[in-house]
Design a binder for this molecule. Structure first.
Ligand code: LLP
Length: 436
């Protein structure tokens, strides 16, 4: 998919660059991003809104994959940016991302993070709880600064990947509950506030969702509140933020929609409900993360040791694992892969691809059909572009891999790999080295 193909040497090529050369030059593991595919995904979302003629913002959920180059690419693509921490905000700042298009999320923003956001003038704070409302009000008053806000609501639509369960009472750590009057209370508080300008409502129903029913249901539930809010408080949301969660294809059987189709039904539902409620169509915001960068990312590993348990399983260990991709261990997430240096060879057997961490659960793929693989082969694992690098960790004091962008026959290093020196750079020695 994307610009991936097999070249004349029988190697996997992405963006016109031979992945075997990337592995040689930057070492393995290494994350490789097909930039053209990121562009295509982003423009798919934007096109649907433009064609429908509705005011919109497509905010890239940077938790999926954030680094300075990615945030700069998001800016270039005309996306807004969803951030959830001081670290993601600092990345946006260093990338020179326009702060008016930054949306700040999170269920426990610290006072320091709120101050940092106000210092930089972020475009919108997505309020999540009463503690935060009070912190923001206080801070905005003391600076005499105006700030736009949305409230995050839990509309009682829970997406369990494939199916939806409509719950009366949402049990979630995020946002204001719609049914018990929490959202009403915060609206009343903010109606009185001259610094915090409540502009609309947000909801996010889940992740890796393959159809649009849950989004449509959410819009219907929100609008039933909008009508009441208009009558009771004179509050008419100007913005409806439907969150992210649009699914991608990791393995056969995953059947995602193209980006534009995910949002077409959403736009239709918002228009229909606005008309029913006799309201202006609000701006529609969305926050795709996975569906922007997920399938654009490929991780390259070098195969090392092998262990055959006759009649049971053939283990193939690679030089990465749960430190660069924790999703299989954490969510039983599934992936597909090939030998990048022997991409035109037929599969001969099934292998269990293991990581190198001291943990039995550190498996990347339990059953992968490959040619007879051996040490020094390069394994490419697909669709690792979301929540791979961003959830990377230093378990076993393993270094985080570099990130390379490829496009138009060129490879650019955008995040350097950590070195062994980096591993101990924040360590301080024991105060007393004397034995007791
Ligand atoms: N907006 C909000 C408020 C969110 O909480 C999330 C994801 C997104 C947008 C983006 O969702 P996406 O389009 O990427 O599905 N670590 C997990 C995914 C956690 C998602 C958390 N929130 C994984 O690796 O599958």
């Amino acid at each position: 998919h994307g610009t991936s193909k097999i070249n004349s040497l029988g190697h996997l090529e992405i963006g016109g660059v031979d992945t075997v050369d990337i592995a040689k030059k930057y070492g393995t593991p290494v994350y490789v991003y097909d930039v053209a595919l990121i562009r295509e995904r982003a423009s798919g979302f934007k096109k649907a809104f433009e064609e429908a003629g509705v005011q919109h913002q497509v905010a890239y959920a940077s938790k999926a994959f954030s680094c300075i180059a990615m945030v700069q690419l998001a800016d270039q693509l005309g996306l807004s940016l969803d951030i959830v921490s001081g670290g993601e905000l600092m990345t946006a700042k260093k990338a020179g991302f326009p702060m008016e298009r930054v949306h700040f999320h999170g269920n426990n923003k610290s006072p320091e993070e709120i101050k940092f956001a106000l210092d930089l003038g972020v475009g919108c704070i997505v309020l999540d709880n009463f503690y935060e409302v009070a912190l923001l009000q206080q801070e905005a008053v003391s600076r005499n600064q105006k700030v736009d806000a949305l409230i995050r609501t839990t509309p009682g639509v829970e997406a369990h990947t494939h199916e939806y369960i409509s719950t009366g009472q949402e049990d979630s750590k995020f946002g204001f509950d719609l049914s018990s009057g929490q959202a009403d209370k915060v609206i009343k508080i903010l109606q009185e506030d001259t610094n915090v300008n409540l502009r609309g409502v947000h909801s996010h129903i889940g992740s890796q969702i393959f159809d649009t029913n849950g989004f449509v249901l959410t819009v219907e539930k929100l609008f039933s509140q909008f009508t009441r809010w208009k009558e009771e408080y004179g509050f008419v949301p100007e913005i409806l933020n439907a969150g992210g969660g649009f699914g991608i294809r990791y393995v056969e059987g995953d059947e995602p929609l193209p980006p534009e189709d995910y949002v077409k039904d959403l736009i239709k539902a918002v228009k229909k409900e606005s008309e029913k409620a006799n309201m202006d169509v609000p701006e529609i915001w969305i926050e795709p993360g996975r569906s922007i960068t997920g399938d654009a990312g490929t991780t390259l590993y070098t195969v090392g040791s092998k262990k055959d348990i006759p009649g049971v399983r053939r283990y193939l260990s690679v030089d990465g694992g749960m430190t660069d991709n924790i999703r299989p261990a954490l969510y039983q997430a599934e992936y597909e892969g090939i030998l990048a240096n022997r991409a035109n060879e037929q599969a001969e057997d099934h292998f269990a691809v293991a990581g190198k961490c001291c943990e039995s659960g550190d498996m990347l793929i339990w059953k992968l059909a490959l040619p007879e693989a051996d040490h020094d082969d390069i394994l490419a694992v697909f669709c690792t572009g979301a929540y791979g690098y961003s959830m990377a960790n230093n378990y076993n004091r393993i270094t985080k891999p570099p990130v390379v962008f490829v496009e138009d026959n060129q490879a650019d290093l955008v995040v350097k790999g950590e070195t062994l020196e980096d591993i101990t750079k924040n360590d301080l020695p024991l105060r007393s080295k004397e034995r007791v």
